[in-house]
Design a binder for this molecule. Structure first.
Ligand code: MSP
Length: 519
């Protein structure tokens, strides 16, 4: 059993509607998952929902619902959202599932047995909204707490703490020795700066049931439930464990996967895709938790930036939102996937504008790719009755170079750069149509051979493009293949080699991929 390429996303808080930021992260992970599969790797792509905690408990209560019933309802919306984005996730975790809860408890038992947990009294400030303890360091210069923390209350209670002292040095060394552990570099530097300039305070990993009951009970004290982050992070190993991956098990005694179920080898994760706000949890707490549980660390934490809309924070309360479902219903899922991937590189912050979306749709999708495929196939239909002429290699070298570079960029998670590279081939092929002017060649019987050459070159370029685009725009890639009359899928990167279309093959019916819209 060989280890699969294992990629995860952050699991979204169930309370709330899926928005642009959630969509972007899941699409980034999906493109990487699809691309790796296309390149022949076995992949496991995990996404899902974070369902415990005070906020969920409170919202459910305000709606007169039991928290589980409330989560069950919302989980349907989120699963439908994943399908709407055309994600190829292999599993969908919900932290309220027994298969997850038992691994969280095993993890807690394991760190407790390792002597990493202590109980002590805490007296101080607590943000109910963020479910986190605050100290004087979190105060603003005027002594008040930022309103982003919501209501801040003073509490005194006994809690369990995960000891973090003496953990800094090895983690600093690990990050320094493994330059791709946190990517991009700006985030890596941020984590290193944090670790070098601060003393880690022990992490409170419990909440008394008297204050919060919607959580996973601590295995060593039923009067407490697990702090949401200790619960949520464990999803990355609980699902491998549920699929029988022994290397994801924190303790030897928890039940194995369902008898007879296939056993997968997944852990350690190859990539955790997350947003910039949760870097500390993933690059500091999570590695320390794993080490305490005796498990290997993930290979990479890939951090993306945050989207704004029209230069302002996305916020439901101010109405400054992008509804991915509405955009997809109007423009199609591939147009949405294209815009977010092409507009924003993985790392910096991005800005959605409706005008920018429409401009890219029109220039790059409708007039760029769509026009190329439509005119190439329509001319082949018109001038050669849809029958592929003998092979010709006019753009073969250019296409081969595009494939090689695209492959390298994808393997380096440079998805925006890969799209830019692929569009150089789109642009080159559109220029080629203008330069060779097949519509003029068609009028001159003496140019029949040249017309054959041009038509083959264009049809084959469209085919290669479909293969390169498959991870990004799977529906569009499939449509190109189908319009070319091909019955297989463009889902193997090896098919991007020039010369796969065979002379004499009859193509299907051309149809616009991205209909032009009036502005
Ligand atoms: N439940 C935690 C994650 C636990 S992972 C073990 C959480 N959930 S969240 O719903 O608030 O955020 C989920 C992901 O969406 C995070 O990676 C977050 O950075 C990302 N985004 C939320 N808003 C975003 C934008 N405006 N832009 C881009 N991504 C953003 O945090």
């Amino acid at each position: 059993m060989s280890k699969r390429f294992y990629i995860t996303t952050a699991i979204d808080y169930v309370n709330g509607q899926p928005h642009l930021g959630h969509a972007y992260e899941k699409i980034v992970a999906d493109v990487i998952a699809r691309a790796r599969r296309s390149m022949g790797q076995e992949v496991f792509f995990l996404t899902g929902l974070d369902e415990h905690g005070q906020k969920v408990e409170q919202v459910a209560a305000s709606q007169g619902k039991q928290p589980q019933a409330y989560c069950d309802e919302l989980a349907q919306t989120w699963k439908a959202f994943a399908a709407k984005l055309n994600l190829t996730n292999d599993d969908f975790v919900r932290t309220t599932e027994p298969r997850h809860k038992q691994v969280v408890q095993a993890g807690l038992a394991s760190v407790n047995a390792a002597g990493k947990v202590c109980k002590r009294s805490y007296e101080g400030f607590y943000s109910t909204k963020e479910e986190t303890f605050l100290t004087d360091k979190d105060r603003r210069p005027d002594g008040t707490f930022d309103p982003a923390w919501g209501q801040v209350v003073e509490i005194k209670e006994d809690n369990y703490f995960f000891k973090l002292q003496e953990q800094q040095q090895w983690l600093i060394e690990h990050i320094e020795k493994n330059p791709s552990f946190v990517c991009p570099d700006s985030r890596r530097n941020e984590v290193l700066g944090f670790l070098k300039n601060n003393t880690l305070e022990d992490l409170c990993i419990s909440r008394p049931t008297a204050r919060l009951s919607w959580g996973i009970p601590l295995p060593f004290d039923p009067e407490y439930v697990t702090y949401v982050w200790f619960d949520a992070l464990v999803n990355y190993i609980s699902i491998p464990a549920a699929h029988g991956d022994e290397s994801a098990l924190p303790a030897p005694h928890i039940p194995r996967s369902t008898p007879g179920a296939a056993r997968l080898s997944l852990w350690p994760a190859d990539i955790h895709v997350i947003g910039k706000d949760i870097v500390k949890f993933h690059a500091v707490y999570w590695p320390i938790m794993l080490k305490a549980m005796g498990l290997p660390l993930p290979k990479q934490i890939l951090v993306h930036g945050w989207w704004q809309k029209d230069g302002q924070k996305i916020s439901k309360s101010t109405g400054n939102v992008v509804d991915p479902v509405a955009v997809i219903d109007e423009w199609g899922v591939d147009a949405f996937r294209f815009y977010v991937l092409r507009e924003l590189d993985i790392g910096p912050d991005g800005n959605w504008t409706d005008a920018g979306f429409k401009a890219r749709y029109s220039a790059e999708l409708a007039n760029g790719l769509g026009n190329l495929v439509n005119r190439s196939l329509s001319m082949l239909k018109r001038y050669r009755d849809g029958v592929v002429p003998p092979r010709h290699d006019d753009l073969a070298t250019f296409a081969a170079q595009t494939s090689r570079t695209t492959e390298a960029l994808i393997l380096g998670n440079r998805l925006q750069a890969a799209l830019i590279e692929i569009w150089m081939l789109v642009t080159r092929a559109n220029q080629y149509v203008d330069q060779t002017a097949p519509f003029k060649l068609a009028k001159d019987p003496a140019q029949a051979k040249r017309l054959d050459e041009v038509l083959y070159t264009l049809a084959e370029t469209c085919r290669v493009l479909a293969v390169l685009l498959w991870p990004f725009l799977p529906g569009t890639a499939a449509k190109i293949y189908s319009q070319l009359g091909l019955t297989d899928a463009p889902d193997k990167f090896s098919k991007s080699t020039w010369g796969v279309l065979t002379p004499g093959h009859r193509i299907g019916a051309p149809a616009p991929l991205f209909p032009r819209r009036d502005a």
